[in-house]
Design a protein around this ligand. Structure first.
Ligand code: AMP
Ligand code: GLY
Length: 441
């Protein structure tokens, strides 16, 4: 089977890495990919927004299955277009992915279907939004309605901060996406992400993961595209996962079908666990999350190609006993360029040579080279990387690498991931030092 993956981040590297292990996959393609993906797939420089050219590529290359996991191309209707051309593709249609690309739609939908979420109000006029925000007790959550690269949400500690966020939206900081806004009640608690895979009727869930969105340790600083993740999340007991399925996932899938938007693909549920131990929806995404995918897929003990294929066949019922997963834990630390998420340099040389040094690792009795450990338990996922004209590996984005480690315990995975991070060198590299801590208290 020939498979095409669309995207160029750490998430797409993890998807390609997992598909590469499938005995069904004979040729793997990625558009546009990155330097890490290029080691296991044929990369083509077509941009994810160029849906027409992607479809032409799929036709010419006789691609059997395309996997679309980028919010922007799903919102642009890549699935609808591919299906119209008779191409098999994994992902929700444009209307179904509205659960992600319109926060207003998602909130109204949840209200209609009695799905637990924060209370909210929606505004298209600045003055009404400001008056409403003034009447609310801080913190006040202000969200641009549309896609904003994960930067459209402000959790404002005062009305003054909320006011700035509201003005930013209506002044065009997030373009069209901010011309409508949702103002939400603040939910305190711990966040968890659950990916549900569905063919529109049947559903399976992947291991719950926790994402670190803020730039600095202790969850301080601005929101980013994600600075790390770990899985499984200890407080997500099987009972709670069952509850999420019954109260959130199944009503969402049934509700979408009832409203005329049958949902296929990944439904990403971003949830908040309050002190009352009740889970509420923070957001829906219509795709795999980044960087959660970099810990969730390495723990999946199933063939990802078979799962995606079953979704497109409407045959996911064959997994009704649930998906097998590996024991232990996975942890991913994102290494970013200095200055991210604001201004950062590209083209900085990345040096892996120190990974060959002998080093005592975790509870290992004999010193081993990190390279040997890496082969067994570590995976370096590339995000913003490229080759320069001399073929040297260089940075090509804000988030550069996602260093994932697998181990019997979360603590061991954390130790191993950080040992790997220390030995990867590039100028100005930055990463959080507390990924996984929340899973150990
Ligand atoms: P979203 O893009 O909707 O996931 O929001 C980004 C981040 O903002 C979330 O991961 C939360 O950390 C935070 N957030 C969003 N909505 C709320 C809320 N109602 N209460 C508390 N935090 C929130
Ligand atoms: N990890 C958050 C996201 O993928 O949107």
């Amino acid at each position: 089977m020939k498979v095409l993956v669309i995207g160029s981040g750490g998430r797409e590297h993890a998807i390609c890495w997992k598909l590469h292990q499938s005995s069904h996959v004979t040729h793997l393609f990625c558009a546009p990919g990155n330097a890490g993906i290029a080691e296991i797939a044929t990369c083509t420089p077509i941009q994810p927004s160029d849906i027409q050219r992607l479809a032409e590529f799929a036709i010419v290359q006789k691609i059997d299955l395309t996997i679309a996991s980028m919010d922007e191309c799903l919102a642009k209707g890549i699935v609808d277009y591919f299906k119209k051309k008779g191409l098999r593709i994994f992902g929700p249609t444009q209307n179904a992915s509205k659960l992600e690309w319109s926060k207003y739609f998602a909130k109204e939908f949840m209200l209609r279907h009695n799905i637990p979420t924060a209370s909210y109000a929606c505004f298209e006029q600045r003055d009404f939004a400001l008056a409403y925000a003034k009447s609310q007790k801080p913190p006040i959550v202000v969200k641009a309605d549309g896609l904003a690269l994960g930067k459209g949400v402000t959790v404002a500690k005062s009305f003054e901060e909320a006011k700035i966020a509201i003005h930013n939206c209506f002044d065009g900081k997030h373009g069209e996406a901010g011309q409508k806004i949702v103002i939400e009640e603040f939910m305190a608690g711990q966040e968890v992400s659950i990916f549900a895979i569905t063919d529109g009727k049947n559903v399976v869930t992947l291991v719950p993961a926790q994402d670190y969105k803020r730039l600095y340790d202790g969850d301080l600083g601005p929101n980013t595209g994600g600075m790390g993740a770990y899985a499984p999340v200890p407080f997500m007991t099987p009972e709670l996962i069952g509850q999420v399925k019954e109260e959130i996932i199944i009503p969402t899938i049934k509700g979408m079908e009832k409203e005329g938007y049958p949902y296929q693909g990944v439904l990403y549920c971003g949830l908040m666990m309050g002190e009352d131990k009740k889970l509420k929806v923070v957001e829906f995404n219509s795709r795999f999350g980044d960087p959660e995918t970099q810990v969730v897929l390495p723990l999946l003990d199933e063939d990802l190609f078979e799962i995606c294929w079953a979704v497109t066949e409407g045959d996911l019922g064959k997994y009704k006993e649930g998906l097998h997963r590996l024991g232990g834990a996975a942890l991913c630390v994102v290494i970013a360029s200095g200055g991210y998420p604001e201004n950062y340099q590209k083209g900085i040389t990345i040096d892996f040579s120190k990974l060959n040094e002998p080093v005592e690792v975790v509870s290992g009795k004999n010193p081993q080279t990190l390279e040997a450990i890496l082969r067994a338990k570590g995976i370096i996922f590339h995000a913003g990387t490229a080759r320069d004209t001399d073929g040297k590996l260089v940075s090509n984005g804000g988030r550069v690498l996602g260093v994932t480690a697998l181990a019997d315990s979360l603590l061991d995975a954390q130790v191993l991931a950080y040992k790997l991070c220390e030995r990867i060198e590039f100028e100005g590299k930055y990463y959080r030092k507390d990924i996984g801590d929340k899973g150990m208290i």
